[in-house]
Ligand binder design. Structure first.
Ligand code: HEC
Length: 153
C-alpha cells in the first residue's frame, strides 16, 4: 500500500472510531431513560401495593418515596435533544417533548413538586395523607404521559 493511502486508511479508521459512539448515543440515551422509568414505575408500584394492604408499611413507602424524588431529579437528564424517534431508536418519547419544551418542563416540575409532597406525607406516616398525595402523584404521571408519551403497548 502506498504511504499516503495508508495514512488515509488510518484517518478513515479513526474517523469511524470517533463517530461510532456518536451514532450509538441515542440508543443508549433511550435505554437509560426507559430503565429510569422502569425503576420509577417499580417505586410507585411499591407505594400503591403497600397502601392496598391492611397495614401499610410506612418504612417501605418512605424508601420508595425517596427513590421517586431521586428519579424526579434525574429526569431532567433523560431527554437529550436527538433522542426521539428521529434517532431511529425504539422510543415512545413524542416530538412535542422538544417542540413544546416549556410545557414539558412544566410537566416535569409538577411531578417533581408532587414527589416531594409524597415524601413529606410518607415522613408523617399518616396513611390518609400518603394515599392522597399518591393519588395526586399518579395524576402527574398520567398528565405527562397523555401529552408526551406515544400510546401503545
Ligand atoms: C414529564 C413527563 C413524565 C412524567 C412526569 C412521568 N413520565 Fe413516565 N414516561 C414519560 C415518557 C416520555 C415515556 C416514554 C419513554 C420512552 O419510550 O423513551 C415514559 C415511560 C414510562 C414507562 C415505560 C417504560 C418502558 O418500559 O418502556 C413507565 C413504566 C413510566 N413512564 C412510569 C411513570 C410513572 C409511574 C410516573 C409517575 C410516578 C411517570 N412515569 C411520570 C414521561 C413521563
Amino acid at each position: 500500500m502506498h504511504r499516503s493511502s495508508a495514512r488515509r486508511a488510518i484517518a478513515l479508521v479513526s474517523l469511524f472510531a470517533a463517530a461510532g459512539p456518536l451514532f450509538a448515543a441515542p440508543a443508549d440515551q433511550v435505554r437509560t431513560r426507559i430503565s429510569g422509568f422502569r425503576e420509577l414505575g417499580a417505586s410507585f408500584k411499591t407505594v400503591n401495593d403497600s397502601l392496598r394492604t391492611a397495614e401499610p408499611q410506612t418504612f417501605l413507602i418512605q424508601i420508595a418515596a425517596r427513590q421517586i424524588v431521586g428519579s424526579s431529579r434525574e429526569m431532567a437528564g433523560w431527554f437529550p435533544a436527538g433522542s426521539g424517534t428521529e434517532s431511529g431508536a425504539k422510543t415512545k418519547a413524542k416530538a412535542e417533548i422538544w417542540s413544546q419544551a416549556a410545557k414539558f418542563k412544566a410537566a416535569q416540575a409538577a411531578f417533581a413538586k408532587q414527589a416531594l409532597a409524597l415524601q413529606a406525607a410518607a415522613q408523617s406516616g399518616l396513611a390518609p395523607a400518603i394515599r392522597a398525595e399518591t393519588a395526586k402523584l399518579g395524576k402527574t404521571c398520567k398528565g405527562c404521559h397523555d401529552t408526551f408519551r406515544a400510546p401503545g403497548d
